[in-house]
Design a protein around this ligand. Structure first.
Ligand SMILES: Nc1ncnc2c1ncn2[C@@H]1O[C@H](COP(=O)(O)OP(=O)(O)OP(=O)(O)O)[C@@H](O)[C@H]1O
Ligand SMILES: [Mg+2]
Length: 489
């Protein structure tokens, strides 16, 4: 509980109606969650304008509100006008919960690809070493090994009030450490404003999230990600990425450069095979041999970043490196154990870049054919569709073009766009709109030594059509279609 004036001390106030010294004990942007003592933040968002719900918030008992334009204020409610209500909400949330990020060791990871994987590896190492550690990201929110259900909606990076609350929840559960994926959207929309990171990691930047709604262009995308590096005390930056090099010149905190070539953090003696990889990791904190069952060279970056972050936290490199050998990442080249002479892998790759990385990695180690089942999500970047078609058809032996999450788009119209790129590559492909049928087909043609890769869904266990979401867990589907195929024979 605190006075509103106190909670707003870092915010420029443009006007006040009512009592700014009122007591506040909760903050939300959802009028349905308001009650006495609540500060309701009116956010003019993508799908709706929070100002419209001020009446509902007041009826539910809200004590005060933050507004960005002059509107009629219900009687008895204090209103404070600010320029940017998302930013103000973040400031209030940090104060209300006592600035939890200042009291924790927080690791933030940004980049187009590798955030979830790196966060997961770090979190696994830390917990296995006895550090109770929280994790916030695509896989959900966890503390130690337990999933946290805060009853609040959670995109990869939660809204500021949910985020700060989650930090305090983690601390109450005994965590002094946490790792989070910091998306460019979250940085742009002030979800993590006023959060203090001990270490920030920049993985890479490639074409994704370039839509009118998210980022108008690559520059906006890059500058959003770059914000993280003014919010951390030290940074690990992948300098094999041209944007990483640019970021170096913009970053004033101590930086550890990560590369596949010689740098502060780099690998030598890399050996890969179908079982995984081994390499020597060289860092300012010493060297250690890493043994991992993760596949794909890009995972070397993820592992290097995760282990280095552990070293920055004071953990011995050899101990951290040996913990990696037990780490499996859900939905990241995850094998469905079937006891068949071919392999079925599930991977989250849903961008040209990651599809290319995954397929190249599989192709390098394959003894048979690589059969790739993939699609592209609806209501998202159209530019990547032909690229993904071209990439799959130039690397995989057989591409099965299907649906991802069509959302409000016509599935076949999305596939047409993918096919336009597929045609230019010359590789073998088929189109099967229904994803389940596509998986069944791919498995039906798999022969000894082949690898069937189901790209796009990863850990997701649903498929989204229009405003309908249906259960779709590929681990389950693979087993079902196999049984059907066995019965058909
Ligand atoms: N360091 C990397 N560089 C390039 N590709 C990667 C890297 N790490 C993982 N990938 C590929 O990208 C896919 C997504 O990885 P991951 O979920 O770790 O990334 P993310 O940054 O969390 O993505 P999202 O923003 O979609 O949550 C993986 O399945 C893999 O195919
Ligand atoms: Mg992620």
């Amino acid at each position: 509980m605190a006075r509103l004036r106190e909670l707003l001390k870092r915010v420029d106030i443009l006007g006040v109606i009512g009592d700014i010294d009122c007591h506040i004990e909760a903050v939300t942007y959802d009028s349905r969650k308001c009650g006495p003592g609540t500060l309701f933040v009116c956010i003019d968002g993508f799908s709706t304008d929070g100002h419209k719900y001020l009446g509902d918030a007041a009826a539910a008992g809200a004590t005060a509100c933050l507004i960005t334009r002059d509107i009629e204020i219900p009687a008895g409610v204090t209103a404070v006008k600010v320029a940017d209500s998302r930013n103000a909400m973040a400031a209030v949330a940090c104060e209300l919960y006592g600035n939890p990020s200042q009291r924790m060791h927080l690791l933030g990871i940004t980049g187009t690809k590798g955030k979830t994987t790196t966060a997961y590896i770090y979190w696994s190492i830390m917990n296995s070493m006895g550090y109770t550690t929280g994790m916030i990201g695509t896989l959900g929110n966890y503390v130690a090994g337990n999933k946290i259900n805060t009853g609040r909606s959670t995109p990869t990076t939660p809204e500021s009030c949910d985020l700060q609350y989650t930090f305090t929840y983690m601390m109450d559960s005994g965590a002094q450490d946490a790792v989070m994926e910091v998306t460019s959207q979250a940085l742009k929309l002030s979800r993590v404003a006023y959060t203090e990171y001990e270490t920030g990691i920049f993985m890479n930047l490639s074409r994704d999230h370039i839509t009118e709604r998210e980022h108008p262009d690559m520059e906006d995308y890059f500058l959003s990600k770059a914000k993280l590096f003014s919010m951390c005390k030290q940074a690990i930056i992948n300098v094999d990425s041209e944007y990483g090099i640019r970021l170096l010149s913009m970053t004033s905190v101590p930086v550890y450069r990560m590369s596949l070539e010689q740098a502060d953090i780099y690998p030598t003696n890399i050996h890969t095979d179908h079982m995984g990889m081994t390499f020597d990791l060289n860092t300012p904190w010493g060297s250690a041999r890493v043994n991992t069952n993760l596949q794909g060279k890009f995972n070397i970056y993820n592992i290097m970043a995760a282990i280095s972050a552990c070293c920055l936290r004071g953990i011995d490199i050899a101990t951290a490196a040996s913990a990696v050998s037990n780490v499996y990442v859900p939905g990241r080249l995850e094998e469905v154990n079937l006891n068949r002479p071919y392999k079925v892998l599930i991977d989250y790759a849903h961008t040209p870049d990651s599809l290319e990385n995954v397929l190249r990695a599989l192709k390098e180690d394959a003894t048979g054919r690589v059969i790739c089942v993939f699609g592209c999500g609806g209501d998202r970047d159209h530019g990547k569709r032909p690229d993904m078609g071209r990439i799959s058809c130039s690397i995989a032996d057989i591409s099965v073009i299907t649906s991802d999450n069509p959302r409000t788009e016509e599935p076949d119209a999305i596939i047409d766009m993918i096919e336009a790129g597929a045609k230019t590559a010359g590789g073998k492909y088929v189109r099967i709109t229904d994803r389940r049928s596509a998986i069944k087909y791919a498995i039906s043609i798999a022969a000894e030594g082949d690898v069937v890769i189901l790209a796009g869904k990863g850990q997701e266990t649903y498929q989204m059509f229009g405003d309908r979401t249906i259960p779709f867990d590929e681990r389950v589907i693979v087993r079902q279609v196999l049984e059907e195929l066995d019965n058909e024979h």
